[in-house]
Design a protein around this ligand. Structure first.
Ligand code: SAM
Ligand code: SF4
Length: 329
């Protein structure tokens, strides 16, 4: 079948599927402390609907699927969906992004269902500062979740994602770099983007990957590793061979020109960019008896309108229509 290509010539190979807008954390860079309205139960795509869309996408060459949210592990029976997607023809790479707080319970069932790759978000190894950023006192449970994941050698690589915020993260860098050195985790620093529900983001809050790299190199020299052209991360290993560190720099080094991703929200809206102002409704056609051919046509039309690039650094930047937990990061 014709590959899925946008009008700038980029081939779409990857989809982020949000399974819920709910979350058991309230990270400051993502959600408000309280007061976000949840989607109604019947607005959420069912597992069968998600599987059908993933099958249609996979038939067009979208072979990488990442489950996300909100917090994906609060969606009931998530391993059932993992099993369905792991068995979907054309899905080559199935992964999950989680805050890790329920992982000690779910690591085994997820691996058993066919999950092979995992990203865990973790911004601080200090109890006080972890609670400050997530507004939850749950560091020990996240660390227990990581330990549980580590006990499954099928689940590799384990990536630990840290949102880097100026005035907060500098102090966390040594401990997080040491985590990458002593554990089989690839620690990755992600630049803070204007997707926080509180709309407090300012350009000055972005602690760049380059700045963090310099902080790490004061103590441990790094060597760059080759990365896939579509990769969002620049990869480095410690020169003494002790582990790997990554930097995802969407603000200081945008990678839009090689972006191969689209996103599906929990309520069945296709988004062609994190910063899209427009969404493409796939829930209605899924529910009105439309054929797979019709779904394919709608997806191709949406992708033809994929944005050339985000405009975070432009003077007239306008925020996306929803915040990160509602989109699916
Ligand atoms: N709840 C899960 C988690 O935290 O891993 C999955 C969803 S979360 C929205 C996905 C990723 O987006 C996390 O790694 C989180 O740190 C990141 N994220 C959230 N808000 C962000 C922001 N404003 N800028 C950059 N990354 C952000
Ligand atoms: Fe929840 Fe993940 Fe957003 Fe934190 S980043 S509030 S864990 S969805």
């Amino acid at each position: 079948m014709e590959p899925l290509r946008d009008s700038w010539g980029r081939e779409i190979r990857s989809v982020r599927v949000s399974v819920t807008d709910k979350c058991n954390f309230r990270c400051r860079y993502c959600m408000p402390a309280e007061g976000l309205e949840w989607l109604e139960r019947d607005e959420l795509l069912s597992f069968e609907e998600i599987e059908r869309l993933v099958r249609v996408l996979a038939s067009m060459g979208v072979d990488e699927v990442r489950l996300t949210g909100g917090e994906p592990l609060v969606r009931r029976d998530l391993p059932v969906l993992v099993r369905m997607l792991a068995g979907t023809p054309g899905v080559r790479d199935l992964s999950l992004t989680t805050n890790g707080v329920l992982l000690d319970r779910f690591a085994g069932p997820l691996v058993e269902a066919g999950l092979r790759r995992l990203n865990v978000s973790l911004d601080s190894l200090s109890h006080v500062r972890f609670a400050e950023i997530t507004r939850r006192d749950a560091l020990d449970r996240v660390l227990a979740g990581l330990e549980a994941a580590e006990r499954h050698p099928e689940l590799r690589p384990i990536k630990v994602n840290c949102v880097a915020i100026r005035g907060f993260t500098e102090e966390e860098v040594p401990a997080l770099a040491e985590l990458a050195r002593r554990k089989p985790y690839v620690v990755r620093f992600i630049e803070f983007m204007p997707l926080d529900a509180d709309q407090a983001w300012k350009g000055d809050d972005v602690l760049t990957g380059g700045e963090i790299r310099a902080l790490i190199e004061e103590r441990w020299p790094l060597e760059e590793l080759p990365a896939k052209p579509s990769s969002t991360a620049r990869r480095f290993r410690f020169a003494d061979g002790a582990g790997e560190i990554g930097f995802v720099n969407p603000v200081s080094e945008p990678f839009c020109s090689t972006c191969d991703r689209i996103r599906l929200t929990a309520d069945g809206q296709l988004r062609t960019c994190l910063f899209s102002r427009r969404e493409w409704d796939l829930k209605s056609p899924l529910r009105d008896g439309s054929s797979d051919e019709r779904l394919e046509e709608l997806i191709r039309f949406a992708v033809a309108h994929k944005e050339l690039k985000h405009k975070i650094n432009d003077p007239g930047f306008v925020r996306a229509s929803r915040s990160m937990s509602q989109i699916g990061g």
